[in-house]
Ligand binder design. Structure first.
Ligand code: IPM
Ligand code: MG
Length: 355
C-alpha cells in the first residue's frame, strides 16, 4: 500500500525545514520499504498574496481540501507572515485543517534528550518525559470574534471559550487511553481553570465520568497557572496531561523550552484512524527564512510522529532514538538556529537513518 502525504511548507522557514524533513523521510522509508507519494501544496502567505491578498486571496481552496481529505497524512512547516493581517492565513490554513479534518487531538510530547539542553538546574532526561494532550477543535479558537461598537470608546469584543460534551469527552478518553498505553505513572492530570472559567465544570465532570471506565488510572488535577509553575519546578511530576485548546497552546511552549527549545518540539494533530497533520511547534521565524539556518530537528520529529500514526511504531522509535543519540554525541551540536545549517542537519539525520 502506498501512503499519500500532503506537504505544505508554508511561510518563512517552513519550506526549508520541510525539505530537510522530507529528505530524512525518504531515507527512512527506503530503508524500511515503506511506499509513499507526496503531493506538495503552495499554501501560505506568498500564495495568498499571489492570488489577490486582501482582494479574495486564497488560503486553502476547497478543491485542495477535498484532495487532502482522502490522503493519509499532512506534513506542515509553519504559517505566519507579517505581510498578511494577524491570524488570517493561520486561520485559513492551519485552523481549517484542524477543524475541517476534525483533528481533535493535538498531541505534544515533551521529552529531554540530553541534560545540557535543559534550562532547568539539575534536571535530567528522566525528569522531563511527558505528553500533553491538547484539545484541538473547540474553545475560543473556533468561536467567532465579535465586536460591538467597533472603534468607539464603548467597544466590546468577545470570543467565547466554548466546549461541547462530545468534544471534551473524546479528547479526555484519548488521554486516559494514552496513560494506560504509556504505563508509567498511570495517572492522568487534567489542567483547567474551572475556578475562574466556570464553564469548565463540564471538563471536571467529564474527567470524573470517563474515569470510571479506567479504574487503573488515577485522576489528578491542576489549574493552568499552577501547572505552568509545576512544570518548571518539578517536571518529573508530569506524565500524561489533558487540557483545553488555549491552555494547551500556552503550556506546550513552556514544555518546548524545558525539552531544549522550539528547535526540537513536534506535534501531531490527530483524528485516530484518519488523515492527520504533523508539524513542528515552532513558527515561521521570518527573520531566518531563506538562509539555511533553521533547525529541522522538530520537523524530523514530526515526521517520526507521522510514521507512528501510519502504523510504523518501531520506525518512529528508531527515528527518535537516532535523533536523541546524535544530540547526545554532539553530532547535532545545538537545537538553536544557525549553529549548523538546515541542510547539514538534514543530511546527518538522513545518513544516520539510511539502511
Ligand atoms: C501552535 C500555534 C498555533 C496555535 C497558531 C499558529 C495559530 O501557536 O500550533 O501552537 O495557537 O495553535
Ligand atoms: Mg502555539
Amino acid at each position: 500500500m502506498s501512503h499519500k502525504i500532503a506537504v505544505v511548507g508554508g511561510d518563512g522557514i517552513g519550506p526549508e525545514v520541510v525539505a530537510a524533513g522530507l529528505r530524512v523521510m525518504e531515507a527512512v522509508a527506503s530503508k524500511h520499504g515503506i511506499d509513499y507519494e507526496t503531493v506538495e501544496y503552495p499554501f501560505g502567505t506568498d500564495h495568498w498574496l499571489a492570488t489577490g491578498g486582501t482582494h479574495g486571496g486564497e488560503t486553502l481552496p476547497d478543491s485542495a481540501f477535498a484532495e487532502i481529505q482522502s490522503m493519509d497524512a499532512v506534513l506542515l512547516g509553519a504559517i505566519g507572515d507579517p505581510r498578511a493581517p494577524v491570524g488570517l492565513v493561520e486561520h485559513g490554513v492551519i485552523m481549517r485543517m484542524r477543524v475541517g479534518l476534525d483533528l481533535y487531538v493535538n498531541l505534544r510530547p515533551v521529552k529531554l534528550y540530553d541534560e545540557r539542553l535543559c534550562p532547568l538546574k539539575d534536571k535530567k532526561p528522566e525528569d522531563v518525559d511527558m505528553v500533553i494532550v491538547r484539545e484541538n477543535t473547540e474553545d475560543a479558537y473556533t468561536a467567532s470574534p465579535e465586536f460591538e461598537n467597533k472603534g468607539t470608546p464603548e467597544e466590546v469584543a468577545s470570543q467565547p471559550m466554548r466546549y461541547t460534551r462530545k468534544g471534551t469527552e473524546r479528547v479526555i478518553r484519548y488521554a486516559y487511553e494514552l496513560s494506560r498505553k504509556r504505563n508509567r505513572s498511570k495517572k492522568l492530570l487534567m489542567i483547567d481553570k474551572a475556578n475562574a472559567v466556570r464553564a469548565q465544570d463540564l471538563w471536571t465532570r467529564t474527567m470524573a465520568e470517563v474515569g470510571e471506565e479506567f479504574p487503573d488510572i488515577e485522576q489528578d488535577h491542576a489549574y493552568i497557572d499552577a501547572a505552568c509553575m509545576w512544570m518548571v519546578k518539578n517536571p518529573e511530576w508530569f506524565d500524561v496531561a489533558v487540557t483545553t485548546n488555549l491552555f494547551g497552546d500556552i503550556i506546550t511552549d513552556v514544555g518546548a523550552m524545558i525539552q531544549g527549545g522550539l528547535g526540537v518540539a513536534a506535534s501531531g494533530n490527530i483524528h485516530p484512524g484518519a488523515v492527520s497533520l504533523f508539524e513542528p511547534i515552532h513558527g515561521s521565524a521570518p527573520k531566518y527564512a531563506g538562509q539555511n539556518v533553521a533547525n529541522p530537528v522538530a520537523t524530523v520529529m514530526a515526521v517520526a510522529m507521522m510514521f507512528d500514526h501510519l502504523g510504523y511504531t518501531e520506525v518512529s522509535q528508531e527515528m527518535e532514538a537516532t535523533v536523541a543519540r546524535l544530540i547526545q554525541e554532539n553530532v547535532i551540536q545545538s537545537l538553536s538556529a544557525g549553529v549548523q545549517s538546515t541542510t547539514e542537519i538534514g543530511d546527518l539525520l538522513a545518513s544516520a537513518l539510511a539502511g
